[in-house]
Write a protein that binds this ligand. Structure first.
Ligand SMILES: NC(=O)C1=CN([C@@H]2O[C@H](COP(=O)(O)OP(=O)(O)OC[C@H]3O[C@@H](n4cnc5c(N)ncnc54)[C@H](O)[C@@H]3O)[C@@H](O)[C@H]2O)C=CC1
Ligand SMILES: O=C([O-])CC(=O)C(=O)O
Length: 342
């Protein structure tokens, strides 16, 4: 029996993601939670003739507890999205509190679940989940994942377009490493399964890198105030969750990029740290999945000079983003200890 849960299930990402998970036959039970509209979304999805039994809860009457109890995989797309002119970091103020509260619920009611964090800014919200789990003595670095799959999906699509074979997008594999915002998104195009044309101009190459790094802005601008990527994110989230579920069921050798605590694989982390020339607590690299979570964090491999420069540029911002998340939680706990009424 596999139970998957979506926290923020009534939102722009939450609804199509829940639909795609309902369509996944590997799921026996699908728990939906949001502060609004979940009962309706759940009843709607429950009429689809696939195996997953769907339940939907709101906060009253222990809704979070009922949703999370028995969960194997919890996906979190709860939180506010960007509007034009905002960075992902601008979302921190609101989303940090939402993610901290939901992580507290997971630590309490489903401490062994795999946690897949979509809420932005991912570079800071993943460290928030880790700190909350540490505080509750249930931290397992192998089970916390920042979902960076949309960057990978975009890289496949944009490379397929550029090589003039849009139909080959599903087969194009480009590792995208680092984190999930702007310059922290580093596509390793030299490792693409489908090489770029050898005569690609420097400008066209730079434009491709920039498009992968700032693909989210393209959507935010086009939606013109109505939010950010939802449908492509739901697809990416369902892809990632699908791989996690396959690993959970015992399939070996699944490798995907994800923003994970490097403590998940100390030996892999040591090699990665050497490549990065910097100590980071979290990083997105190719990770191998197993039934217990992260089995191995892969090294970056051979980088071009340009890629090495992108990695170097990503490190300071990642360091700051990670610290922002960690400090937020530690300061909250410190304040709570001083004033238990908080
Ligand atoms: N990791 C990634 O690649 C991507 C991340 N995102 C992020 O995903 C998040 C959600 O985006 P959208 O679905 O477009 O936003 P949305 O506003 O359409 O939906 C968010 C949902 O979260 C719910 N929510 C708010 N507080 C909650 C709480 N305490 N508990 C449970 N649910 C709660 C809201 O009621 C709403 O239904 C944003 O932070 C966005 O930046 C968006 C696209 C890609
Ligand atoms: O751009 C945003 O704010 C949403 C997001 O993370 C993405 O589309 O990659």
């Amino acid at each position: 029996m596999v139970k998957a849960v979506v926290l923020g299930a009534a939102g722009g990402i939450g609804q199509p993601l829940s639909l795609l998970l309902k369509a996944n036959p590997a799921i026996d039970e699908l728990g939906l939670y949001d502060i609004v509209n979940t009962p309706g979304v759940a009843i709607d999805l429950s009429h689809i003739a696939t195996p997953a039994v769907v339940t939907g809860f709101l906060p009253p009457n222990d809704g979070l507890k009922h949703t999370l109890t028995g969960a194997d995989v919890v996906v979190i797309p709860a939180g506010v999205p960007r509007k034009p002119g905002m960075t992902r970091d601008d979302l921190f103020k609101i989303n940090a509190g939402i993610v901290k509260d939901l992580a507290t619920g997971i630590a309490t009611y489903a401490p062994k679940a795999f946690v897949l964090v979509i809420s932005n800014p991912v570079n800071s919200t993943v460290p928030i989940v880790a700190e909350v789990f540490k505080k509750h003595n249930v931290y397992d670095p192998k089970r916390i994942f920042g979902v960076t799959t949309l960057d990978v999906v975009r890289a496949s699509t944009f490379v397929a377009e550029l090589i003039g074979k849009p139909g080959s997008a599903p087969d194009v594999v480009v590792p995208v490493i680092g984190g999930h915002s702007g310059v922290t998104i580093v596509p390793l195009l030299s490792q693409s399964s489908h090489p770029l044309p050898s005569d690609i101009s420097a400008d066209a190459f730079a434009a491709l890198v920039k498009r992968i790094q700032f693909g989210g802005d393209e959507v935010v601008k086009a939606k013109d105030g109505a939010g950010s990527a939802t449908l492509s994110m739901a697809y990416a989230g369902a892809e990632f969750a699908g791989k996690i579920l396959r690993a959970l069921k015992g399939e070996k050798g699944i490798v995907v990029p994800s923003f994970v605590p490097l403590a998940a694989d100390p030996a892999g982390a040591a090699a990665l740290t050497k490549e990065l020339g910097a100590e980071l607590e979290f990083f997105s690299s190719n990770v191998e999945l197993g039934a217990e979570g992260v089995v191995k964090i892969h090294p970056l491999g051979r980088l071009t000079e340009g890629e090495a420069a992108l990695v170097k540029a990503a490190v300071p911002e990642l360091t700051t983003n990670i610290k922002t998340g960690t400090t937020y939680v530690l300061e909250k706990y410190e304040a709570e200890e001083k004033n238990p009424k908080l």
